[in-house]
Design a protein around this ligand. Structure first.
Ligand code: ADP
Ligand code: ADP
Length: 223
């Protein structure tokens, strides 16, 4: 089944005056790992934003996780995001909160009990090997460790889809490989669909993946 289905998709800013993506057609199936590359300014972030409902299609169809994003009411978007984990290049952690609390943010928003939050925080931090750092604050961690917090937070609700925007853009090679391992693992063991925007596909990558490139406003599969 398709987790993402885009047809004749147009994305633009300034009420349609600035077109960024034009006539894009692509689908992503459950459990696939997908890379999207393209030059700076080609529309990678814009496409990603459309997938989590931050910008609405100008025209065409975009269905994500069964939700029709071209027609959905803004009030339903929160529901879409409960089935998604999003990983950002700049981590977007809450610096005033402990590592533990950052990881369970999605569970807090969803109203899970403190007991569930604590159990899950423990499980997730163990998974990303940050158990000893649970009570520290993000600024006390290295960049690679902060992104592991980001990955743990993205996994907190066993999402159907993980979206990542240059997840290793600020990391050294060693930390990057740790992050790629965690993301491969999520895809393989949890059957999570993963879509990553990146300027460079990692060489260490071991899973089969699909690769789309954004070029001249179009989205094309690279074979
Ligand atoms: P990429 O992620 O590939 O670098 P972006 O999606 O950030 O590309 O940007 C694609 C194009 O859209 C660029 O020309 C950028 O300047 C423009 N753009 C991005 N965000 C906005 C915005 N909020 N308003 C107007 N134009 C934007
Ligand atoms: P990011 O890639 O994280 O969105 P950017 O530096 O591309 O960060 O953009 C920062 C902010 O400025 C974003 O809100 C983006 O939508 C907006 N923006 C980017 N390019 C343009 C543009 N050409 N015109 C207007 N707003 C833009």
């Amino acid at each position: 089944s398709n987790v993402i289905n885009a047809s004749n998709l147009i994305l633009s800013y300034d009420n349609g005056r600035k077109e960024v993506i034009k006539d894009a057609n692509f689908t992503v199936k459950k459990g696939e790992f997908v890379f999207i590359t393209g030059p700076s300014g080609s529309g990678k972030s814009t496409l990603l934003k459309s997938l989590y409902g931050r910008i609405k299609p100008t025209s065409g169809n975009l269905v994500v996780g069964g939700m029709d994003l071209a027609h959905v009411k803004p009030s339903k978007l929160q529901e879409l995001r409960t089935h998604m984990g999003i990983i950002f290049q700049d981590f977007k952690l809450v610096n005033e909160w402990t590592v533990s609390k950052n990881v369970v943010l999605p569970l807090m928003i969803a109203g899970y009990s403190i007991d569930v939050q604590n159990t899950q925080a423990h499980r997730l931090l163990k998974h990303v090997k940050l158990t000893e750092h649970a009570d520290k604050y993000p600024m006390e961690l290295s960049g690679g460790e902060q992104q592991r917090v980001g990955v743990a937070r993205a996994l907190a609700k066993n999402p159907v889809l993980i979206l990542a925007d240059e997840p290793t853009g600020n990391l050294d090679d060693y930390s990057s490989n740790v992050i790629w391992d965690l993301m491969e693992n999520a895809c393989q063991q949890l059957e999570t669909t993963v879509l990553v925007v990146t300027h460079k596909i990692p060489q260490v990558f071991s899973l089969p993946y699909r690769h789309f490139i954004i070029e001249g406003k179009g989205v094309y599969e690279v074979h």
